[in-house]
Design a protein around this ligand. Structure first.
Ligand SMILES: *Cc1c(COP(=O)(O)O)cnc(C)c1O
Length: 452
């Protein structure tokens, strides 16, 4: 498989180069020359395969020139001791993507990327130093994903005092090959510092630097897996049991859509930077039984507006309670439009935008009715479906909402609306850690001093 920059279709690189460089030299994003298709045998057995087996069959099509099958199998088995349960809640399905160590879907991408980097860098004597700026969620997933991975160390920069206590412990509580810098400034300062570090000749000579941000193709590809797994499961008429971290009332009716076997599913994706939805589009192109997508955003509605009007207008982001989706200029839009025209997108994606007020009402209503806890991001997805249903925008075929984080991650919002939340063991463990970060001023000289 060859990868091209979204801005230059003539020069191609392999998976290793695309993953390790992250951003193309011309500032574009790497995309596969063509999206591969599952074999007929895989397509027809998606509903009965394990998560790890679907991961293997999906990812190998993108990486086989650079990662041999036996190695990939090891990577995938180590990366995914957890899967993505599809459970029924009332009249719909929920695809729970929060069973990884940091309780958000970013674990799926980060854990594969970490292991792939480690393999692709084998035999290099200089260790790789990953720099990440985070506003909260990404830093935790990247730190956890790379924790203990050989030959790589990670430095996470976060705005001091502006992440939650849980997020701070996830970022700064691991130690080992993960170090944390609390920057006296904003998230934008953190991002500026990382960019300045990459542009600094002395640092680049001294250290082997790389990034792990969300536009990396190695984070995107493994996210196609849970789409294929969910679509295959629903097509086969199967559902998972809910676990102790996500109880429901015994009287929460099993979703009637569950009985509609052999019908492609509609998937509603709470979106910010649109990496998640782009991975879904890949799964659809690969042949997973997906009917269409719903792009659910908070009031940062750049993409729903584009779907409606055909004009793409980025804007400044506005703060909301679903803050991991506060993006006014989604970076993966460039990738979506490299593969699909506006007309094509309109045929397969419905857009909807949800206010904070409606998000809160939804968290409360779903808990009151079904005993099920939604985090603010997943509640945006739930509400988007309600809005489109009232417009009669789609039929009664099976429909699942992607639950992108466990509600306990956003307890300060959800708990007021639902009462005490069940806390998964991984988050309990993180809360017991002690955050140990070095505080630095928001200046390159300060960052350079601590990067040794
Ligand atoms: C990152 C994130 C999102 C947004 O995902 P994108 O791929 O950026 O669209 C949604 N929900 C949660 C909980 C997240 O952490």
């Amino acid at each position: 498989m060859r990868y091209y920059s979204t801005r230059n279709k003539t020069e191609a690189v392999g998976f290793a180069a695309a993953a390790l460089t992250g951003l193309a030299p011309d500032g574009g994003l790497f995309v596969p020359g063509e999206i591969p298709e599952y074999s007929r045998a895989v397509k027809s057995s998606l509903g009965s395969m394990s998560y790890q087996d679907i991961a293997l069959e999906t990812i190998k099509l993108y990486v086989e020139d650079d990662i041999p099958g036996v190695i990939l199998e090891e990577l995938v088995r180590a990366a995914y001791p957890f899967g993505s349960p599809l459970v029924g809640v009332g009249d719909r399905l929920v695809l729970e993507l929060f069973h990884g160590p940091t309780a958000a879907f970013k674990d799926f991408g980060a854990r594969f990327m970490a292991r792939a980097f480690s393999y692709l860098r084998r035999g290099e004597d200089k260790p790789l130093r990953i720099l990440v700026a985070t506003s909260g969620d990404t830093g935790g997933a990247v730190a956890d994903g790379f924790f203990g991975v050989e030959g790589i160390s990670v430095t996470v920069l976060y705005p001091k005092g502006r992440v939650s206590p849980l997020q701070e412990r996830q970022i700064a509580g691991l130690g080992g090959n993960i170090s944390a810098l609390a920057v006296q400034g904003s998230f934008d300062d953190c991002q500026r510092l990382v960019k300045a570090a990459f542009a600094d000749a002395e640092l680049r000579k001294r250290l082997e630097l790389s990034s792990a941000n969300s536009i990396n193709i190695a984070r995107l590809i493994p996210q196609a897996v849970y789409y294929a797994a969910a679509a295959g499961k629903a097509f086969a008429g199967k559902l998972d049991e809910d676990g102790p971290a996500t109880p429901r009332k015994p009287n929460a009716a099993p979703a009637p859509a569950y009985r509609l076997q052999n019908t492609p599913i509609t998937l509603c994706v709470p979106s910010g930077n649109f990496g998640n939805l782009t991975a879904g589009l890949y799964a659809l192109k690969m042949g997973a039984p997906i009917k269409r997508f719903i792009a659910a955003t908070n009031i940062n509605r750049t993409v729903p507006d584009y779907l409606e009007s055909g004009n793409y207008e980025t804007r400044l982001s506005q703060a909301t309670i679903s803050n991991a989706m506060d993006v006014g200029a989604p970076s993966n839009f460039e990738r979506m439009s490299a593969h699909f025209s506006w007309e094509q997108m309109r045929r397969i994606i419905l857009g909807a935008s949800v206010t904070d007020d409606d998000t809160r009402k939804t968290i409360k209503a779903v808990h009151d009715e079904y005993g099920y806890f939604l985090d603010p991001h997943s509640a945006v997805g739930w509400r988007a479906v309600d809005q489109l249903k009232s417009l009669k925008a789609f039929d009664d075929s099976p429909l699942a909402i992607l639950a992108t984080a466990h509600p306990a991650k956003f307890a300060e919002t959800a708990e007021n609306l639902t009462g005490p939340l069940p806390v998964p063991p991984s988050l309990k463990k993180a809360m017991e850690r002690k955050a140990a970060a070095l505080t630095i001023s928001a200046e390159l000289s300060a960052l350079k001093e601590v990067l040794v």
